[in-house]
Design a protein around this ligand. Structure first.
Ligand SMILES: Nc1ncnc2c1ncn2[C@@H]1O[C@H](COP(=O)(O)OP(=O)(O)OP(=O)(O)O)[C@@H](O)[C@H]1O
Ligand SMILES: [Mg+2]
Length: 406
């Protein structure tokens, strides 16, 4: 039996991660994972083509070796400050004589919602239907087959700077891969970490990476707001290195161990760090660490909250905050996020995929795993009826991509 392979490629600020999955009869199964340090990316944007290509090659080669197969088509994650999101609404008259909504009507209305005033250097990455309205009846999830004369859609549109997108695609192409879709990274992370109930009730997902904090807000099952804040966990390492006058490597290790100045499980309140010249050790306390880390974490979380508050309706009900990405592992971050958002907080690791080993079921792989999940589930959803056309998964995705670029 022929299985289709999918590859998720997350070109992060600190690491590039490739995940190979097989879409078999028992669902999606991860068969290969490869990781390599990212040297050519800054805050989600390519700053060095050659270095980025090398990272992509290294990560995919490892994943291919583990999977024992080559990957062709790749779902590529994209992020950065150039990405913007907005909600839009469009209306079409239902075309057929039988006044029954067809897949074509759905496609037409979603396409109509993509018509916005867009500068020539920007392009639409996603048009995600939030809900449809048929003859004034709001909140329809799937209108195909319903009777009516007027079809409306509310979509969440995500746009990005064409130059930034082209540079990412250039790297992917030059690494010998074919990008079959671009996915805004928080959507991918949400696909692997959030539970359907959370999306329904209302949830804020923050993917705290090395250079960016990606935001996705879901309500009534769909994305209503997405954004990126150009600050992540790396800035904490820098702050600690400067504050404790120690090397970056030492600062990184202190950060992972004591986080936001958390007393160790064994009651440790002081620790030694190497001096900058590496010749001696000196003592530091968790209290000092707290005074360095807490203000920066609060600042980042407040920036994320400010973006959300600015854009979502005031009366929106949100039930929870889910933190993911490597930065969500910072000891003590949960309590700080609870203070800032006034909501319960949990750390989310990727779930709901077969073949997930413990090593991969970690927050820093949420995006890469989400990319393959999004590829299987989201592409159809988003493709306004492409899934219903049948055909192979990749054919559907390609058709969807066609829609995306047109
Ligand atoms: N245990 C830990 N405690 C605190 N921070 C951690 C821990 N593990 C990883 N990090 C931090 O997480 C960050 C990397 O996260 P991740 O791998 O999700 O980023 P990325 O995807 O490469 O970057 P980005 O999403 O910003 O492009 C680094 O700043 C790293 O120091
Ligand atoms: Mg990331």
């Amino acid at each position: 039996m022929k299985h289709e392979t999918l590859c998720g490629l997350d070109i992060g600020t600190t690491k590039t991660c490739a995940v190979v999955a097989v879409d078999g009869p028992s669902g999606l199964e991860i068969v290969g994972v490869g990781e390599a340090p990212s040297m050519g990316m800054r805050k989600g944007v390519v700053i060095d083509l050659e270095a980025t290509i090398k990272s992509i090659e290294a990560a995919t080669e490892k994943a291919e070796r583990m999977a024992g197969m080559h990957v062709g088509d790749v779902f590529v994650g994209i992020t950065g400050e150039h990405i913007r999101s907005t909600n839009n609404r469009a209306v079409v008259a239902i075309a057929g004589e039988d006044r029954e909504v067809s897949a074509t009507d759905v496609r037409r209305v979603v396409d109509a919602s993509k018509i916005i005033n867009l500068p020539s250097d920007r392009q639409i990455i996603h048009a995600l239907p939030r809900y449809f309205t048929v003859d004034g009846q709001e909140g329809v999830d799937d209108p195909v087959g319903m009777a009516g004369g007027r079809l409306e859609v509310d979509t969440h549109l995500i746009t990005g700077g064409s130059t930034f997108i082209t540079n990412v695609l250039k790297c992917v192409h030059r690494a010998g891969l074919e990008a079959c879709a671009l996915v805004f990274e928080p959507l991918a992370s949400a696909a692997s970490t959030l539970l359907p109930e959370e999306r329904q009730v209302g949830v804020v997902m923050l993917d705290i990476g090395g250079g960016t904090t990606d935001i996705a807000v879901f309500s009534f099952g769909s994305a209503i707001f997405t954004a990126t804040v150009p600050v992540g966990g790396n800035v904490l390492t820098n702050d600690i290195s400067l504050g404790l006058k120690t090397t970056l490597a030492e600062a990184e290790s202190v950060k992972k161990r004591f986080g936001a100045g958390i007393v160790g499980e064994d009651g440790t309140t002081a620790f030694e760090v190497r001096t900058l010249d590496g010749r001696a050790n000196k003592e530091a306390t968790v209290e000092t660490l707290r005074s360095i880390v807490v203000p920066r974490v609060l600042e980042t979380l407040r920036m994320a909250k400010a973006k959300i508050v600015e854009s979502v309706p005031r009366d929106l009900v949100l039930g929870e905050v889910v933190l993911t990405g490597g930065g969500s592992l910072l000891p003590g971050i949960g309590a700080l996020a609870e203070d800032v958002f006034g909501l319960p907080v949990r750390v989310g690791a990727p779930n709901a995929v077969g073949g997930l080993t413990e090593a991969v079921a970690q927050p820093q792989y949420a995006t890469a795993i989400g990319l393959v999940l999004f590829g299987v589930n989201g592409a159809g959803e988003e493709s306004d009826g492409v899934r219903r056309r049948g055909g192979s998964l990749l054919a559907r995705i390609r058709a969807w991509l066609g829609d995306l670029w047109n």
